[in-house]
Structure formats: C-alpha cells, structure tokens
Design a protein. Structure first.
Length: 221
C-alpha cells in the first residue's frame, strides 16, 4: 500500500484529500502544519509527501527544504500560486511536482500515482558513477573526488538521469518528462538553468556534461 503524508492547514482540505486517497487504496497520514510534517517525515517512511505552500509558521517551501536535508522522498506541492516564478521557487526548494488549487481529486490521484511509480521504477542500480562523480541513490549523496557536494532534489535527479544514460543524448523534452514529469507545462529553459547549476556544483568534473547544439545534453566518461 502506498504511504502518503498530507500537510495542509485547512482541515476541510485535509479531510477531503484523506477520504479520497484512502478510498483509492492509499495509506494516508495527516499533518496540520509544517512543523508536524517535518517531524513525521523524520520518523516515518513515505512514498510521497503532499504539501500546501501557504501555511502559517513554516511554509511548504521551507518544509520541503528541511526534508531534503535527509531524504529524497517525492514531494508534491498544493498551492494557489500559479505564476512561473512560483513554480521555479517550488522546484528550487526540492519539489517534484506542483498542482494548483482548485483541482479535481481524480487529477491529484493520477499525479500521486505517476510520481510514486516514476520514483519507484527508477533504474535498480543504486550507486552510479562517471569520472570522479559518484552518486548514491539510497543515501541521496553525491561526491566529487571523494568530497560530498550539495545538490537540490531536481539537480540530483537530473544528474542521476544523465549518468544512467551515459553516452546517450537526451533532449530537453526527455529530461523534462523524466525529471519534472510528463504534465509539466513550464518553459524548457528550466533544464538549461539546472544544467548550469549542476555544472557549477560539479566543479572540474562538469566537463563530463556536454551540450549538443540543437539536440540536448549528454554525459560521457
């Protein structure tokens, strides 16, 4: 049974999502604020965390950043904020996807299933490497020449995708579908932005990532 943590400060929304997801076969845990969500995420294992963005105290962005310090569990944001800058803020905080209120509950279920299946269906190889870069999926850890580096969840998943497909050119569309989800409708340039940030984080080992003009990106030994 898929375990989901739902955090929203509005009791009606929490209970509505709880009832619907339970009816669809999910095991659901509720949190009424960000502090409770961070606590539960540190004590239990979930397949997905659903976070409201606008909450008193710790907002969803900060909750996600705190969770990302120790876990790469998928995070789905619920929000009334639908501008491009809001999406980018969410992704930079470590979120995997976004759904804007109001939304059909059936769409929420499809997003939950899609994210969980995408996450659990990743390549079974848990430790990946290219050059002096070593990526450990289980520990959400990346080292360069033995030194640990800090990556956001999106950057981690992007690097993982590239290494899993060494010597294969991936288009921006392919990267968006795999890392941001097939229903992402934002600007493709978000891929370029994350590649730039990833290269900076990798330092000298960034030379393994190649831009193929007009086609996309590839990582090579």
């Amino acid at each position: 049974m898929k375990k989901v943590l739902v955090c929203d400060d509005e009791i009606k929304i929490r209970e509505t999502i709880y009832d619907y997801l339970c009816a669809k076969g999910f095991c659901v845990t509720l949190a009424e604020n960000g502090e409770k969500a961070v606590y539960l995420a540190s004590k239990q294992t979930f397949d997905l965390i659903i976070l409201d963005v606008l909450m008193p105290g710790i907002d969803g962005f900060e909750v996600c950043r705190q969770i990302r310090k120790t876990s790469q569990v998928p995070v789905l944001f619920l929000t009334a904020l639908g501008e491009e800058g809001d999406y980018l803020h969410g992704y930079s905080s470590g979120a995997d996807d976004y759904i804007v209120k109001p939304f059909p509950l059936a769409v929420l279920v499809e997003k939950c299933n899609s994210i969980i299946n995408r996450y659990s269906g990743e390549n079974m190889q848990r430790i990946l490497s290219v050059g002096e870069i070593v990526l450990n999926k289980d520990k959400f850890l990346v080292t360069v020449s033995g030194e640990e580096i800090s990556l956001t969840n999106k950057m981690f998943n992007l690097l993982s995708l590239l290494i899993e497909n060494q010597n294969i050119i991936l288009s921006r569309e392919q990267i968006l579908n795999k890392v941001w989800g097939w229903d992402y409708d934002g600007d493709e340039r978000v891929v370029d932005t994350h590649i730039k940030k990833l290269r900076k984080a990798l330092g000298k080992e960034a030379s393994h990532i190649h831009t193929v003009i007009g086609r996309g990106y590839v990582i090579k030994e």
